[in-house]
Design a protein around this ligand. Sequence first.
Ligand code: APR
Length: 247
Amino acid sequence: MNNYVKTAELLVQSRHVMALTGAGISVESGIPDFRSRDGLWSRYDPVEFGYIESFRANPEKVWKMLLEMDRLLTGAQPNTGHMALAELEKRGILREIVTQNVDSLHQKAGSHNVIEFHGHARSLRCDKCHERFPRENISLKDIPPRCGCGYALRPEFVFFGEEIPRDALKQAMDAAQECDFMMIVGTSASVAPASHLPRVAKNRGAFLLEINPMETELSNHTIDLRISQTAGKALSCIVAALNEMGH
Ligand code: APR
């Protein structure tokens, strides 16, 4: 039996299936990940560009990277991996997705139950007067964009050194504790606290599937089944196997 058929069989036998996704699932949509050879952190030092303190000290500098991210995200379309996860939710097989991504591509693919662990890029926020602005209402011709109060606006996503949005943290932890099958797709699982979720699930007896062309810190000890393939190919083969089985 191949791993796609095995996964399909396990999925339909499971009571609560969740997915944990990372930047790798959006690579096939043209958005590079962070830690691969050509990833964002190979060109921008995360200490200089990724921390909230760095943003506060020099928003103009950090916005140069944010502008590049904004251009990559604008117009990006979901790929077959996002579509397959949306299809699994529609069929009642997948309960929720916890994503570390800020690109909204799961929602664009039609997934409804998406927990955005690191926030999102649909709006910008002022950390001084707490005003929020839809991204499309703000011009990025001059950076940093500024709030009416004069303070530099920042995207609604989480920088290093910031807390995870409280609701997202609770919902993700609850899901990890309750699930009996976790699909870990396109993440290096190296950034806490998202990286704790697989171990939380494992400790409660869940089955862990990893879909990633490269090995991660989880691959050798924590994972029950590894599919060494891109997200788009692997997830669409799993859906095809479910079709074959009449699910
Ligand atoms: N399909 C599946 N996995 C892929 C693909 C693909 N097509 N391409 C790359 N990958 C894998 C890589 O092998 C890598 O293990 O996706 C993983 C991406 O890992 P990271 O770049 O570390 O991204 P992620 O795990 O999402 O990072 C977590 O770090 O910088 C922060 O806030 C940022 O949310 C991000 C967090």
